[in-house]
Design a protein around this ligand. Sequence first.
Ligand SMILES: [Zn+2]
Ligand SMILES: [Zn+2]
Length: 665
Amino acid sequence: MYIKVAVPRPVDSFFDYEYDDSKLGVITQGDLVEIPFGRTKLVGCVMETSQTAPILPPGIKIRSATGKIDSDFSITPDVYKLCQFGSEYYQYPIGEAFFVATAPKVGKKLGTRKEKPSTVVRGDKTLNEEQALALDRMLTQISVKQDSVFLLEGITGSGKTEVYIDLAKTVLARGKSVLILVPEIALTAQLKDRFEHALGEKIALWHSALSDGLRQTQWLKVKQGEIKVVVGARSAVFAPFHDLGLIVVDEEHDQTYKQEERFRYHARDLALFRAKFLKIPTLLGSATPSLETLQKVREMRYTHLTLTKRYSTRPLPEIKLISLLEEPLIFNDQVKTPIAEKTIKLMQETIDRGEQIIVFLNRRGFSQFILCKDCGWIKECKNCSISMTHYQRKNELRCHVCGQKTQVPDACESCHSHELEGMGSGTESLEDELKLLLTGAKILRLDRDQVTSQKRLEEVLTSFRDLEANILVGTQMLVKGHDFPKVTCVVVMMADMLLKWPDFRSSERALQTLVQVSGRAGRAELPGQVLIQGYDLEHPVLKILKGEASHDGFIQEELELRQHLHYPPFSRFVRYRFEDQDAHVLNKKTEKIAKLLRSGLKEEGEARLMGPSEALLFRANHQYRFDLYFKAQSVQELFSFSQRVKKMALAEEIDLIIDVDPYSS
Ligand SMILES: [Zn+2]
Ligand SMILES: [Zn+2]
């Protein structure tokens, strides 16, 4: 017998082996086999079996598979399909994709940890009228169309989770399993208790920070049907259920669903593929849905359900916009970050009341831009409609997407003021500055530099919850899911950094982030306030937050802009990142590749290829990075174009990283 095997190596091809079925038994697609590979031994995934010998190049002798891994570890048929699709769509080697979906340490059973036998008591909670109506509509529609997709849009605290739970119960009652995806950061023991209690069923928490032993045990139990519910981060999309009946994607807009290294898949999008393949329903939940999802609603492909009533009677926090143009700022040699006196006053009052503050930094600030200190204007690229990045040494502005360059203008193009200044750095010193300006400030910091493990994250959050500090300074990481009853004040230091991040999704993402950040203030009985400092407070996103502009109008305008510029959801956006140690050589080679690619495109297509441009983070890990961006009109075009780029990079001997639907710059 003969098999084609995919190996966990960065290659697109498969390898032929023979095997002795009297020794190894029956082998089928998705089984894992031990094979000799070069001078080593590997475990590979079987893609095809055949009775006829393959035709090999002359002089090559077929080798034999040496073993078969216990079929408990085999890849299930729908996960096999999922990996195949994911590998093709995200341009990731198929053999490596399979090994993202397998259990850790295949073949070696690490032994189940003795768990205390526990009985889970189900606690029923009745839905309010609005929730019940949403559930009812879903059940009716599923009875007509099995693979329906629903968007459940509801503000924070409107009880989306109760709806997930009740829908999940109906699926479990039919003997099927349920997969619930949640943003990575929200995974806490609290969540497990909540779902177990509500469903009356043991669940598995699934994320990358678990030990190999626990992950393997859970993987095997899910496959054997012993665990019927998984609540997990993005990698749970590969959980080996064989009787999956529902997928829920909570906070579907969340950026942590996109894997940012190696296999750069988007868990929501893979979830939708898996559900469609299995003909089962998908429920997407969000307070601020992505434009991708909203566009599908407009095309009538998804059913839109809304929850407008807040479950509790807690009032929404008060939003206070603090203008960095009009309010007196702290003027001090030691303070580099622009902070209004009013902001410090309100923060001090919060500390004096014995309450807590969350200070939100947009992200680590390596993006620099030129801002008009009189009106808040920021130069944007005409082609791409994103903020241009300031290069101090050459005193020029560049678009990091299309590479367009321009001199820093003498005057603001909006109000003609000469007060133009570089912005974007200095956030690292914020902790020291706040200590200086506030009496009795005890500060904790939470960002990816400081918090490198799940354990450290839990530690910081626990000590903040235990009131060991009164200020928590952090990035994106702290905006999600955490409940701190004593937090009554949330401060956004510079909204412009968020609103003008050089990315076509900046407005959409700013709105999502600010809504979530605001949700952190006043979660318990204490009233909350959100202080948003910024230069340009006329931005539509801030008006929506204040309730002065409609969300629908904003979405309409954003979608029109995206359509006009061929951005997603109206195209497939892909980034080709070329890396090399020599910046000069890399630049030349990338220019050559871009030229060749353009010559292969028709005139209307030329504009869809942008660059080469220096990556926003130009040098990382001793490698320089140049980017090309392409807006493909179809998945087919995306595939064929990517194949060409791959061949060219190979010929030029430079490293290439392909990111389809990239979310980070
Ligand atoms: Zn541009
Ligand atoms: Zn101006």
